[in-house]
Design a protein around this ligand. Structure first.
Ligand SMILES: Nc1ncnc2c1ncn2[C@@H]1O[C@H](COP(=O)(O)OP(=O)(O)OP(=O)(O)O)[C@@H](O)[C@H]1O
Length: 463
């Protein structure tokens, strides 16, 4: 295994020495404590672990760090004198790192560093071109790229806590898998994991869906209904696309989180709730707050611990591994032994995957159906998102006899991909309600049992 690279910027020599002692395993420590260009070095190189004393750092340097992709690659430990610092808070939360404030408990810092250094030690080298399903797995998540391993470490720690977690990431990166994995790794794993897509709830039904209702609570309430909070009692409630909930309902949700109590519609009794809330959004939550569509107080309640799921483009090395993984599973389900040609793997690896893991999974599904034994580049339907975006609206040549439901699924998949997974925009463009869109997607997911729909583009590709 190659030596781990450690970046050091610690002004106080005594602390620097103690930190160096904590790095018991063989590491290549690079000391930028006195260097002016420390940030350039940190951003330009690939470090495994960085210990950065932020005291006296220029604010723009910290902001550059807070916004850099390097945060996903490396384990960060920040030290500071405790002066409130927004950029440092952001860098700490985006990196999932530690922040120790003066006066330092050097034992605690050394222990934390030694623990992370030991974890890095046992990590295996990334596999360049796996030939089977060879990626690491944590819970339901598959992936060996460094940002994924970092995510696993974070999840392990957060799972042991009771903090509400906000999972942030682009569409299809695996946010629901993260939520489910957190639940399974937590002490609540024997109780239910209940997921709800807030964007799909019709506004009139949100309250009854969340909190339940009594018989006769409103016209049409023919019988009592257990809400999602009751269904998830003792377990985890996953609020997907939480930023899509109306402001009115956000207030109601906030009240429950603050008081731990809710009242079913039509009921007179308050009920206590004991659920852990994991929520997710593919928006930047801070932007959603500044745009006024996400209440700041709710954001703070939900985001006691933020978890960012890296997109595939930050997971070099995982693309072919994930493709192999999906193929291996499909082979075992169908009792087949299909393989990828080297050219097909190369094609997959070079694609930017704007729709992320979900799109990669669908693509492997399609290729599996089209290929006899060896998946070649011609079996891989990637879709040119940029061309689609730029092209004027034209009705494609539709072959005669294509079933309408296949056409419908193809239209939905295309539009979703073109909108980077944004379901509200997709539904609007297709002229259907968001709820109908969710129902249709749900139907496609269930069609193959494992959440991997057989894409309509298998049999209908308008290009
Ligand atoms: N790390 C992973 N390992 C294995 N499969 C994955 C991984 N990440 C995502 N997937 C697969 O990709 C698909 C999308 O995952 P998921 O629904 O968790 O994403 P999401 O980010 O919640 O999506 P959305 O933004 O639409 O809510 C699922 O079929 C899931 O099984």
């Amino acid at each position: 295994m190659s030596q781990r690279r450690v970046f050091l910027r610690i002004k106080d020599a005594a602390i620097r020495d103690r930190v160096a002692d904590a790095l018991v395993s063989p590491v290549q420590a690079e000391d930028f404590s006195e260097a002016g260009a420390w940030l350039d070095a940190l951003l330009a190189n690939r470090y495994d672990l960085a210990i950065v004393d932020a005291t006296g750092c220029a604010s723009d340097a910290l902001w550059s760090l807070a916004e850099s992709p390097a945060l996903a690659e490396c384990e960060f430990f920040f030290l500071s004198d405790g002066t409130p610092n927004e950029a440092l808070d952001k860098a700490t939360s985006r990196s999932g790192g530690f922040h120790f404030r003066a006066p330092y408990d050097i034992e605690e810092i050394s222990e934390a560093i030694a623990e992370v250094a030991a974890e890095l030690e046992v990590e295996s080298e990334p596999v360049a071109t796996p030939t089977g399903s060879q990626l690491d797995q944590y819970g339901l998540l598959v992936g060996s790229a460094r940002p994924m391993r970092k995510l696993y470490r974070t999840l392990r720690k957060v799972a042991a806590s009771e903090a509400n977690v906000l999972v942030v990431g682009e569409s299809g990166v695996g946010k629901e898998l993260v939520a489910n994995t957190l639940h399974q790794a937590s002490d609540r794993s024997r109780a239910p994991f209940v997921a709800v897509n807030c964007g799909a709830l019709s506004p009139e039904l949100v309250e009854s869906e969340l909190f339940g209702h009594t018989k006769g609570a409103f016209t049409g309430a023919h019988k009592a209904h257990e809400g999602l909070f009751a269904q998830a009692e003792g377990g985890t409630l996953f609020l997907d696309e939480v930023t899509e909930m109306s402001l009115e309902h956000q207030v109601k949700l906030l009240r429950v989180l603050e008081t731990g109590e809710y009242r079913p519609l039509g009921g007179s009794q308050l009920r206590n709730t004991n659920v852990r809330i994991v929520s997710a959004t593919n928006r930047d939550p801070e932007v959603a707050v500044s745009e006024g569509i996400f209440r700041e107080d709710l954001y703070f309640r939900l985001c006691q611990f933020p978890v960012r799921v890296p997109p595939l483009r930050e997971r070099a090395g995982d693309i072919t591994g994930l493709a192999q993984h999906f193929l291996v599973y499909r082979n075992s389900e169908e009792e087949a032994a299909k393989t990828f040609s080297a050219a097909a793997l190369q094609l997959l690896e070079q694609h930017p995957w704007p729709g992320n893991v979900r799109e990669l999974k669908y693509c492997v599904e399609r290729a599996f159906i089209l290929a006899e034994n060896v998946i070649e580049p011609e079996h891989i339907i990637l879709g040119d998102m940029e061309a689609d975006r730029d092209s004027a609206y034209t009705v494609p040549q539709v072959p005669a006899g294509v079933p309408l439901d296949v056409l419908e699924q193809a239209a939905i998949e295309r539009t979703l991909a073109q909108n980077d997974g944004n379901k509200t925009e997709t539904a609007e463009q297709l002229g259907i309600s968001v709820k109908t869109l969710y129902n249709k997607l749900d139907k496609y997911e269930k069609a193959t049992g494992d959440g991997a729909p057989q894409s309509a583009t298998d049999s209908f590709n308008p290009e």
